[in-house]
Design a protein around this ligand. Structure first.
Ligand SMILES: Cc1cc2nc3c(=O)[nH]c(=O)nc-3n(C[C@H](O)[C@H](O)[C@H](O)COP(=O)(O)O)c2cc1C
Ligand code: SF4
Ligand code: SF4
Length: 271
């Protein structure tokens, strides 16, 4: 073993925290150097990410509709090469459920040529909300992330030999995407919804810099030039709170999530 990697897509920072805390602990316990591979912004997904034997890659994405974000599939299945490196799939979810996202990410990494060692699902503030899992990951979550890193290190130092993909929770084959519903049981389709911008916008351009889809025109931040995945990076990072949603379906779904999933969901890991 030569190096530990913290590799992540993380529009609002929750996945980054889970991946980095796990990878830092793992590197520390194994006495290995740590490197970072942040593929949140579009530029970073243009080239290939090539790993090899001796690398241990802690790789994380948020959970979107119970799955790995589908916009990442071309990159994750086409440009990431394991070449026999070890991998630890990690997903971060907003207190509802991670459904099959961890299983899907494990399977993708195996297909890419990694050998998966363990997997973990952690909770952080929901992209849509300021109250759902607010303040998470908190100290308790971070202690669990560290424990996860320690347990992986113990497994690797205890003479572990790869025989099969790491056991993680989820359905295999993977179930369909989670579909939000209105009060009549009809599917709420938010795919075309995008944040609006009010007059508090000072034109600073931060939203265009942080959009993981490169979809906000930096010359005119009220104009969209690509798709929106509702990651809310632009909304949460806007210094004047000028970006907001007014789509009734989106608002209904957000409020329902806040009401139904108020209870504390706990992280789960599989080593
Ligand atoms: C479009 C969309 C769908 C989401 N679907 C789920 C979900 O199915 N279950 C869940 O618990 N959280 C869901 N979330 C919340 C994110 O998984 C959660 O906030 C995650 O921690 C965000 O990661 P980040 O901080 O790295 O951006 C969703 C978020 C978005 C933007
Ligand atoms: S981050 Fe907010 S204030 Fe800055 S350009 Fe974008 S919308 Fe305007
Ligand atoms: S425009 Fe959409 S995809 Fe881009 S940062 Fe905002 S919410 Fe995320």
């Amino acid at each position: 073993m030569k190096k530990v990697w913290a590799m992540y897509f993380s529009p609002t920072g929750g996945t980054e925290k889970a991946v980095k805390t796990t990878a830092e602990t793992l590197a520390d316990k194994l006495g290995l150097p740590l490197d970072t591979y942040d593929f949140t912004l579009p530029d970073m997904r243009e080239g290939e990410a090539v790993f090899g034997e001796g690398d241990i890659v802690v790789c994380g994405t948020p959970v979107i509709a119970g799955r790995v974000p589908n916009v990442l599939l071309p990159y994750l299945t086409g440009r990431v090469k394991g070449n026999g490196a070890l991998a630890v799939p990690v997903v971060s979810y907003g207190n509802r459920n991670f459904d099959d996202a961890l299983m899907e990410l494990r399977n993708i990494l195996e297909e890419d040529g990694f050998k998966t060692v363990a997997g973990g699902a952690f909770v952080s503030e929901h992209s849509f909300s300021k109250t759902l899992a607010a303040g998470r990951p908190d100290e308790k979550d971070i202690a669990i992330m560290r424990k996860f890193g320690e347990k992986i290190a113990e497994k690797l130092m205890g003479g572990w030999v790869y025989t099969a993909p790491a056991f993680v929770k989820g359905n295999d084959p993977i179930h369909p995407y989670f579909k939000p519903q209105d009060r009549n049981g009809n599917h709420i389709d938010i795919r075309k919804v995008k944040p609006k911008v009010n007059d508090d916008c000072c034109g600073c351009g931060i939203c265009a810099e942080v959009c993981p889809m490169g979809s906000i025109n930096p010359e005119n931040t009220k104009e969209y030039i690509g798709i929106c995945i509702k990651c809310c990076a632009c909304v949460k990072k806007c210094p004047t709170q000028a970006r907001y949603y007014d789509d009734p379906g989106y608002i209904y779904h957000k409020e329902e999530l806040e009401e139904l999933y108020e209870r504390r969901a706990e992280p789960e890991y599989f080593v």
